[in-house]
Structures are given as C-alpha cells and as structure tokens.
Design a protein around this ligand. Sequence first.
Ligand SMILES: Cc1cc2nc3c(=O)[nH]c(=O)nc-3n(C[C@H](O)[C@H](O)[C@H](O)COP(=O)(O)O)c2cc1C
Length: 493
Amino acid sequence: MRAPKAKKGRGGAPPGLTVRLSGRVALDAQADGRIIAQVDGYSFSVGNFTAAAAKRARALRTGLPLASFASAQSKADREIGLLVRRLARQGLVEYGLRRPREQDEIIAVEPQIPDYWPRARELKNTDVIVLSRFAYLRRRGNDLVLESPRADALFKITDPTIASVLALLVTPRQVKRLRRQADFPGMVFLGLLLDCNILFTLDAAPGGNLRSLEGGNDLALWDFHDLLFHTRSSEGRHANPLGGLYLHAGAVPPLPALRPRWPGKTIDLDGFVRADVDPISQFTKLLHERHSTRAFDARRPITLAELARFLHRTARVQETFENTVDLGDGGVRVGYTARPYPSGGSGYPLELYLAVDACDGLPRGFYHYDAGDHALTSIDARAEELEAVLRGAAFAMGSSAVPQIVMTIAARFGRLSWKYSSLAYSLVLKDAGVLTQTFYLAATDMGLGGCAIGIANVELFATMTGIPFHVEGPVAQFALGRGMTRSKNETAP
Ligand SMILES: Cc1cc2nc3c(=O)[nH]c(=O)nc-3n(C[C@H](O)[C@H](O)[C@H](O)COP(=O)(O)O)c2cc1C
C-alpha cells in the first residue's frame, strides 16, 4: 500500500548557478585516487577519481559553474558530476546564483534535505506568481535568509534589492510586470523559489483566498508557526544542528535539577504519605517500577501475542460515535472514537507505525496499526529504509543493537487543525506525550521494556509511506521489546 511519490527530475543546469563546498567541508585528494571529505571532525571517502577530476575538484572550494559539467560530455565532466551529486546527497555543497550578465552573487542556495538538487521551474511571462504564506525572512548571524518549512533549500540573500522584489510578491503579480523592475533578479531566481514552494503560481485571474489556493486542503489547515515548528523540531527537512549537542555549554551554566525554592511559607506534605495512611496500590507500584529500557533480549524477542495485547490495552478504538458540531448556519456531523488514553477534543490524531526487527510470529517489516480493526497492515518499505528507522532509534538510545520494535507515533495533522487555531500542533505533541506514558505503563505491567525516543525523521517517513510530510508525519517514537535485566543507575545517553 505504498502511494506513488512524484519523482524529482534532476533536470539540466540552471544558467548562472555555481556549486561549491559548504563552509564545513574540505576535500583531500589521496595518491591512490580516493577523494576524502572532511566534515565537522570526521572524514569519509567520496570515491575514486582520476587525477584530472581531482584537480578540477579543487575549484569546488570557490565555485564551479554547474553548466561546466552538466552536459557530461567528457569523462572529467561525468566524474565531477558524480562527485558533486555524492556530496550534494549528504548536504555538503551549496550553490551561488548571479544575475544574468553580472558577476556579483545575489543569493546562495543551501540544501535543507539530503537529495536537494537545484531546479529552476519554467515560468512564462503571463504566469501569475505570489509569495507563499509559509515563506519568511530572518537574520541568521550576519546573513539575511529566506526560508520556508515547505522548501527543500534555504536562500541566503547577499543582494539587498532582492528583499524589495520579495515585498512586491506579497500580492499576485504577472511575471512580465516583475521583469520590468530595475533590480529584477532573473528568471532562474524565480524558478528556484518556485521549485522550493517559496512562490506558487495562480490561475491568470487571481482572486479568492490565497490560503486555500496554495497546496490544497491539507496545507490550508496548517498555521504558519505550526508547520515551521513541526519541520524544524524533527529530523529530515532542515540542516540545523539537532539533538543533545550541548551547544551552549561553554557560554551558559546548566540550570539546577531542582528549581530554587520560593521565599513564601512552606507546608510540609510528607506526613500525608506514610504507608499506614496511604498503602501502596498496584497502580502506584506500576508508576514507581516504570523505567526506560534500552537493551533488549535478542534470544527472547517479544511475541506477536504480546504485541497484540499491548496494542489492545493502549491504543485500540473502544467505541465510535458521531456528534453534530453546530457552526451557527447548520451543523456538521463529525466522527469520533474513544480509546484507552485521553486526547485533546477527543480528536485522536495519532497513528502507529511499527518498524519490526524481531517479533516472534511476525515477519520483520514495516506495519500500520489499524486501531479501528485492531489489525496490522504490512507496508511495502525498502529494506534500507526499515534499517534506517531501527538504526536511528538505536543511535538515539545510545545503543549498539537495534530495538525489537520501533513504534513511530505519527499524526494526521488535519484532524486537529480543522478545529483548533494556533494550538493544533501543540495538542498533537501533548497527545503524543500522553500516549508515550500509556505505553510505558502498559509495558511495565506486561513485563516488557520500552523507551521513548525524542527524535523522528519526517522525510524518511514521507519516503516510506509516500504521504506528503504535511499530511501525516511522525511526532514521536517508542522502542518496545523484551528488556534485558536492568543495570543499576542506567541513565539517558
Ligand atoms: C519525550 C521524551 C523523549 C525521550 N527521548 C529519549 C531518547 O531519544 N533516547 C533515550 O535513550 N531516551 C529518551 N527518553 C527517555 C528518558 O531519557 C528517560 O525517561 C529519563 O532518563 C528518565 O529515566 P526513566 O524513564 O528510566 O525513569 C525520552 C523520554 C521522553 C519522555
């Protein structure tokens, strides 16, 4: 049940674009023909190349016109093309654009997803274009950057006149009118922004609500800040530092584990929790026994029966019903479900996807949990994608072995944003937290082990499912399996 995904054509080379190594990369040509890339303190081989290609690759430090090798006429062209694509796939190159017939660069294009390749969409003079409501300009260090959570690349603006062109595009304009502007940055510039969804085209006679004209209903339901928060706080659609990197450790001391006490009068509560007054219940025991498990027993994987019971206890649909939402001018019938955990507005936007490495009775693979029918549906994901989910979870847990099962908690975002303005995405995350604790408690109760995982890759999930990242996407993960006996003082990595 893999939905087809539109393939991005590699296209030719937009004129005026140069490619260069991004600032954190250095290339080193070895005597045996290997080219080694050095990035942020680690190095790896990009492949074997001839001496002629290695010599030409030196120009990648300052910039090599894309058009100079895109035709792939000579062997050296083909080699440089291969080298650039290999570097591009890892986000290690950026692109510079000049205005037609001028020398100064007007923008630098920084890829945000691993397989970005610059493509300038064709535009006609009669096309009407407008700025996306998701596009924004901000200061980053000493740079002005144009970004969008929908864009596969970020645009660093080095020519301030670009800002005035963008300002004109807050209302729909015909391309031919823009071309008359003194500082018109060129059609390649517009084509690159269009390809990155920073601009979009409208039918010739603009009118109507721009929000509903951009990207269809699924996108219309998103608030700007929610889509930005979703893409920037997960992995896959940006190139910013991510995870426990302690970036502020040198500059700011860590906050204390306990909040400093308020100065007011203190009421001691300890006397109320004596064992004779409040005997320990089964539930309290469960709460206290709950802990994160990061090492799983490879000899005794979780069984399909245990998994079925775990999902039944935590996530199955218990009841379906409808309610009428009264919007003043007539009611809308809305379907609802009841499930074992609470959900904001009874929306239940969360879906479970299981990457299974080892489960007795269930083949290794990728599955969707159908909470309505209490069934698993197999999804035809590629082996390397399944491995990437499992390995990513192991990495996040600081473990060398992959967990038996990684449950991805994904959200159908529109389920909540149809109703809630401004807080839809925050409700999704709160729901994910509620479900996570439900998983922890059920796992403890069943003698299984689990661990919440704070990171999820939205782009990988989109590739595995074929669903656009703004329609349904991962917001949390949970590793599940039969744990090894817990070592003392186990802490988070
Ligand atoms: C939202 C959330 C995200 C977490 N992400 C990770 C993670 O990525 N890797 C990991 O090993 N543990 C993760 N944990 C588990 C915590 O590290 C763990 O709950 C904490 O250290 C307390 O230990 P305990 O769960 O054993 O009581 C996460 C927990 C939560 C609630």
